[in-house]
Design a protein around this ligand. Structure first.
Ligand code: NI
Length: 181
């Protein structure tokens, strides 16, 4: 089995993200934020190993860059210049529109993701798989419950893009019940 994504493409995106997110931490920890991007891209690569017929470089780049527009000063145009339009469009779809009310942001983003190729759907599945960790101490039960419900919405909306990631997300959602008292 050979991979159809390029290590050099991965490294370029990773370095760009590492600089963009420099100083940011994983919520509630001292761990550098880049850990999250390592986990999301790892989930994508695991899926690409078993699910062929994907644009693997598109999937890997969007996995690594998925939070740069939302969480850093990097703009859509910068991503487009560095990585091309399909990557920039994918990252933008994965970016919440903060001008909307909070309860509308997920559905809006999912609607925009569904207009993108399956690789972008896969990144959103991988993102939520990576985020279904033990919740931060300061989260309320209501917030934890809502986070699980959002995960179910993501699963239901995007599961067709990747049976491999969908199954993995389903088991994370099941385990997350343990954090709801
Ligand atoms: Ni993320």
């Amino acid at each position: 089995m050979s991979n159809n994504w390029s290590q050099d493409v991965y490294i370029k995106a990773y370095k760009f993200a590492a600089i963009a997110h420099l100083g940011q931490k994983v919520t509630g920890t001292e761990i550098p934020y880049i850990q999250h991007l390592s986990f999301v891209s790892m989930e994508i690569i695991a899926a690409l190993n078993v699910e062929q017929e994907r644009d693997e470089n598109l999937a890997v780049q969007c996995a690594i860059l998925h939070d740069v527009i939302e969480d850093t000063s990097v703009t859509f145009d910068q991503v487009k210049t560095e990585f091309g339009l399909p990557v920039a469009d994918g990252v933008l779809a994965l970016t919440k529109d903060e001008s909307l009310a909070k309860n509308l942001q997920i559905s809006d983003s999912l609607r925009r993701i569904k207009e993108q190729p399956a690789e972008i759907w896969m990144v959103k599945l991988a993102d939520r798989i990576s985020n279904l960790q033990p919740p931060p101490q300061h989260w309320t039960q209501a917030k934890i419950t809502r986070y699980r419900e959002d995960a179910i919405e993501i699963y239901e909306t995007l599961k067709e893009a990747s049976p491999f990631l969908a199954e993995r997300l389903a088991s994370k959602i099941e385990n997350y019940k343990g954090f709801i008292k």
